[in-house]
Design a protein around this ligand. Structure first.
Ligand code: ATP
Ligand code: MG
Length: 234
């Protein structure tokens, strides 16, 4: 993206956040404190849909903001040693409710070896893991998501494995590009499922921390494994 376009994205996204946050906040208050006024189920549904839509939009706007900042090199990574098993437990907890609602298992396989701390920006790494586990959940109907940790030379690899739809070989090449949704062409995309920025942003975040994000393997109907690789601290 050109610089002026990047700046436009960055400013527009920022400006959009304030009114969107108001819509999310107000609809949330209405649902919580105006139950009497929202007795009519149709009216309640309208407010609920508006609330959900605002949450989706805030997610998209945040992704646009991250995308333009990453492309302009404007994200400062605060690198420090990170305890991976603790961060992974934290990430999985966020999805506990969604996971059990969809009857999917979510687990971290206890590592066979001691996992040394990695050098990373904890919040940004959390964002990457949330994206990967979120994708796993979104594209898995049965089974679940498991996370494995492996020491590989001077790096630690975090494998995020799912038992979901898998990704057709022809689509695997473009997976980490922006606005790519492997299951559909641009004209038929189902935007209710996302914008196709998650893996692009996650890849740039990993690279910004001196790491890597890769697809390890994927088989249609069987599932996929993604790997985040990060340098060992010290
Ligand atoms: N674990 C997975 N299993 C199957 N397909 C996947 C998986 N992860 C990603 N994909 C495919 O890759 C595409 C791109 O993923 P990405 O996370 O970038 O976008 P998204 O999830 O569609 O939208 P967003 O992340 O912006 O909400 C997805 O639309 C999907 O087709
Ligand atoms: Mg995604």
């Amino acid at each position: 993206m050109s610089r002026s376009k990047d700046e436009f994205f960055s400013i527009a996204s920022h400006e959009l956040r304030t009114p969107l946050t108001a819509i999310r906040g107000n609809t949330s208050l209405m649902l919580e404190y105006y139950q009497e006024a929202l007795k009519d189920p149709d009216l309640r549904q309208l407010v609920t849909d508006t609330h959900d839509a605002s949450i989706r939009l805030i997610g998209i706007v945040n992704d646009f903001l991250d995308m333009s900042r990453l492309e302009m090199g404007k994200i400062d990574f605060k690198l420090a040693p990170v305890d991976l098993p603790a961060l992974i437990e934290e990430t999985l907890k966020e999805y506990q409710v969604t996971g059990s609602r969809q009857k999917l298992s979510l687990e971290m396989i206890p590592p066979a070896e001691t996992i040394p701390p990695v050098m990373a920006d904890r919040d940004r790494l959390r964002q990457v893991l949330i994206n990967l586990v979120g994708n796993g959940i979104k594209f898995t109907k049965e089974g679940g998501i498991s996370i494995e940790l492996h020491v590989e030379g001077k790096q630690v690899a975090v494998w995020v494995k799912d038992t979901g739809t898998g990704i057709p070989l022809v689509n695997q090449g473009l997976l980490f590009h922006k606005f790519q949704q492997a299951g559909s062409s641009l004209s038929t995309r189902d935007t209710s499922k996302g914008t196709g920025l998650g893996l692009y942003i996650s890849r740039l975040l990993c690279e910004g921390m001196g790491g890597k994000l890769e697809l390890v393997s994927s088989e249609e109907g069987k599932g996929s494994t993604f790997a985040v690789r990060l340098p060992i601290a010290g």
